[in-house]
Write a protein that binds this ligand. Structure first.
Ligand code: GCB
Length: 594
């Protein structure tokens, strides 16, 4: 899938800005708001999560449908061309109407939606209406429990409880565009680079709509053409190739032009990097050199915007990561905006790209906070279809990104329960089959899925652990935590001596400004001590290929007795001020031995 850009043959018009907005208490579809227009709209910025824009729990915690609407003026000169309405994402379910007509339905809140407009719009003013539903359940990714209950005095209440630890922000959270292009057009480009000696070998496939002659060329960063071809599928060689390297990126442009009778009809440019990724002998190799992941699990999360796209925050976050000596992040726990992935390509940040498969564990916490029953996670969940779709859409969208070095197809599933292997084996296979670059695949596991219990470890290329010794186990007892952590890792080394392993999460909740001389949980000093304790252990462990701290910044969550206005495991506060640990990590990560 192509990222929306302007070229000499394509026009891109932003539809960001203020849209009309209305909450729906269950009457919108009956009253046909898509036909009548919204009756009592308020103003809503797009892109943004709607939850924190207006006051009141009823607004923030609304469960169900909301409606967005705006007029889109189409110049008559565009009619007859291909017109796309393109949403970076709509979270989680969308029904998109144009002039009252339902043109698209989409489920899955973190991948783009394209709506073909030709034949459904006229020159002048057209009305776009988007009904957005934030309900999640046992069939969706992420996973949540959903039920309706009759409550005295309140009537029928919808209770939607996330099975994950971030706020269920929703709405039109990424940019919206009108994209106009010729009817004969480049539909997709797949680039598969490899390195042969000093040269880059670029295998490519160009998909087109309509009959045209295809010309492709590769341009370097100075705009100089370094390779060219005339087929829609083939290989070209870049001599003396500049490699894309972690923190030292180099991006070529793959330019596709379509010609009819010698006339240019469409042109598209895709940036790409030449690098190799491989797992061998317990190492993670980028361009044949061992790579050690230093960085974070993150969230798209910021005050007021919620999960809404924010270029300022993205640039700042990458700048802060570089300031710390970090070289990587995981898109925990859902695909991030395409703009962020392009920025990571440009800045040389390495990414583990994750689908929104979080919450696939029905026994985590259910004994304390849930219904107290023992569940059969893989028997009860019905996420297979959503999961396949999520993997397909992620790879379709992100396949050409140099920054993506590994796919994560789930976070903390019930990998220790019967049925996990059978659930995941086909999904790992699907991921490998779809990715022409054959990047490594991982499943991020939780700390209780130990080496003797985990059923998916043989399926994956890198063991990616979320382990909170010194927090969820042996909190405040770091000497004990180290002993347990060491034993757990030793058991993994014994089970899979040749598999690289890394931490994708470790850390401690820390309230900025809280201090103590003797290590005490929640203080800034304890966060440092906790990280140091983990470092002591992993530095002694063979085949350890990286550490990503949880989390880059504090982030908002559902309310609960474990969360103080959100999750406080950030190394930065939610508004990006450093805690003590930022300075400690900066020192460690600037150390070249890692
Ligand atoms: C985890 C989850 C992450 C949570 C984190 C925590 O293991 O993957 O989503 O936020 O723990 O802080 O508890």
């Amino acid at each position: 899938m192509l990222f929306p850009i302007m070229t000499s043959t394509r026009t891109l018009i932003s539809l960001n800005g203020l849209w009309n907005f209305q909450m729906d208490k269950g009457i919108g579809f009956n009253e046909k708001w898509f036909e009548t227009g919204l009756k009592n709209p308020i103003r809503m910025p797009v892109p943004a999560s709607y939850n924190d824009i207006y006051e009141g729990a009823e607004f923030r915690d609304h469960v169900g449908w909301v409606w967005y609407e705006r007029e889109v003026v189409i110049p008559s000169s565009f009619l007859g061309q291909r017109m796309l309405l393109r949403f970076g994402s709509v979270t989680h379910e969308a029904k998109i109407y144009v002039n009252g007509e339902l043109l698209k339905e989409h489920m899955g809140g973190f991948t783009p939606i394209e709506v073909e407009l030709e034949g459904h719009v006229h020159g002048g003013s057209n009305r776009v209406t988007v009904a957005v539903n934030n309900v999640l359940d046992y069939t969706t990714l992420p996973v949540a429990s959903y039920r309706e209950e009759q409550m005295d005095g309140l009537g029928n209440i919808k209770i939607n409880t996330p099975n994950f630890d971030f706020f269920n922000y929703a709405g039109i959270q990424r940019p919206v565009y009108l994209w106009i292009m010729p009817n004969t057009y480049v539909q997709d480009i797949t680039i598969t680079p490899s390195i042969i000696g000093a040269n880059g070998l670029i295998a490519y496939t160009v998909e087109t709509k309509g009959v045209a002659d295809v010309k492709i060329s590769v341009c370097d960063e100075d705009g100089v053409e370094v390779a060219k071809g005339t087929n829609d599928t083939g290989e070209v060689v870049i001599e003396n190739v500049h490699l894309w390297q972690p923190l030292k990126s180099y991006l070529y442009h793959f330019v596709v032009e379509l010609y009819q009778s010698g006339q240019l009809v469409d042109r598209y440019e895709e940036p790409f990097g030449v690098r190799s990724v491989e797992v061998a002998n317990g190492e993670f190799l980028i361009n044949g050199k061992p790579f050690y992941f230093k960085g974070f699990g993150k969230h798209e999360d910021f005050p007021l915007h919620g999960r809404g796209f924010d270029e300022v925050v993205n640039v700042k976050d990458i700048s802060l990561m570089k300031w710390m000596g970090a070289n990587s992040f995981r898109t925990s726990h859902y695909p991030y905006s395409e703009e962020m992935m392009r920025l990571a390509d440009r800045e040389g940040l390495v990414a583990i790209d994750e689908v929104a498969a979080v919450g696939l564990h029905l026994n985590f916490g259910s004994l304390v906070f849930g219904d107290g029953k023992k569940h059969d996670t893989w028997g009860e969940l019905q996420t297979k279809h959503a999961h396949e779709q999520a993997i397909q859409e992620l790879i379709q969208r992100d396949k050409n990104h140099a920054c993506v070095v590994m796919w994560s197809i789930a976070n903390e599933p019930a990998s220790e329960e019967e049925g996990a292997y059978e659930y995941f084996a086909p999904l790992v296979e699907l991921t490998k089959e779809l990715d022409t670059q054959k990047r490594p695949v991982t499943i991020v596991t939780h700390m209780f899925a130990t080496a003797d219990r985990c059923k998916v470890a043989d399926l994956i290329d890198v063991l990616a652990f979320n382990m909170y010794y010194g927090w969820y186990e042996f909190g405040g007892q770091l000497e004990l935590a180290k002993v347990r952590f060491r034993a757990v890792l030793d058991a993994w080394t014994k089970r899979l001596p040749n598999k690289p392993m890394m931490l994708t999460e470790f850390g401690a909740d820390t309230v900025a400004g809280l201090h103590d001389v003797t290590d005490t949980m929640f203080t800034e000093e304890y966060q440092v001590a906790n990280l140091k304790a983990s470092h002591e252990v992993i530095d002694e462990t063979p085949n350890f290929v990286g550490e990503q701290v949880w989390n880059f910044a504090d982030f908002y969550t559902s309310q609960g007795v474990m969360r103080v206005q959100g999750n406080k495991k950030g190394i930065f506060t939610r508004d990006r001020k450093p805690k003590l640990s930022a300075h400690y990590l900066r020192q460690r990560w600037s150390n070249t031995h890692l």
